[in-house]
Design a protein around this ligand. Sequence first.
Ligand code: C5P
Length: 233
Amino acid sequence: MAQLVVALDLPTADAAERLVDALYELDVIFKVGLESLFGYGDRIFAHMEARDVRHFIDAKLHDIPRTAAAAARQLVRQGTHIINVHAIGGNDMMRAVTDGVAERAAELGMTAPHVFAVTMLTSIGAEDLNELGFRGGLGENAMRLAALSRDAGCSGVICSAHEVRDLKRYFGEDFLTLTPGIRPTGAAHADQKRVTTPREAVEAGADYLVVGRPITEAPDALEAAKAILAEMR
Ligand code: C5P
């Protein structure tokens, strides 16, 4: 069954803690992005640990293999369910991270978190790709990077819900997909261009749905999250 990931995209620890408090009794995963990680990482991890919730650390690691693996080991803690890397870091980097994460989880006596790969940032367009010197189109590059990340031991990729069916067809049901760009019917799209509803994403076969502003900016975050969960089920 698909799981809901709520992005803690909030400027202060107080605001993020309030959101965790509002939602922790629902079966959701909290996403700690770069804003919360750099702004108040220690505090939000301690708070989530006290609430015994699972989290996805959206640190998008990309460095030489040793550095990326060492950073990934530091990210593994109680409750870490997913961490991620840029597939563009290459096979050796991704393999070092997946191995490092598995090793660290074993040391802590916990299930190894999933490592997901970002193939192509959704902010990259065809022209950017050309400027960067990539051959081929966006879809082609994303698929190649997905294959590379699977071979390097990643659990799956972060992608648009529109790409889930193709990815599952090529790589099998066990290759997991995590999809942002989710907007309940009637919600504002803001800067997301290719959006799907929670129901459409689930029907396409997405394993994790990431939702930020439709929950963080709702007058009642709990009601908003419950409505999305209801639509997913
Ligand atoms: O507020 P919204 O629902 O658009 O938040 C989506 C979250 O998913 C944000 O934290 C954003 O950084 C993240 N994300 C994304 N698109 C990607 C990768 C991550 O929107 N391709």
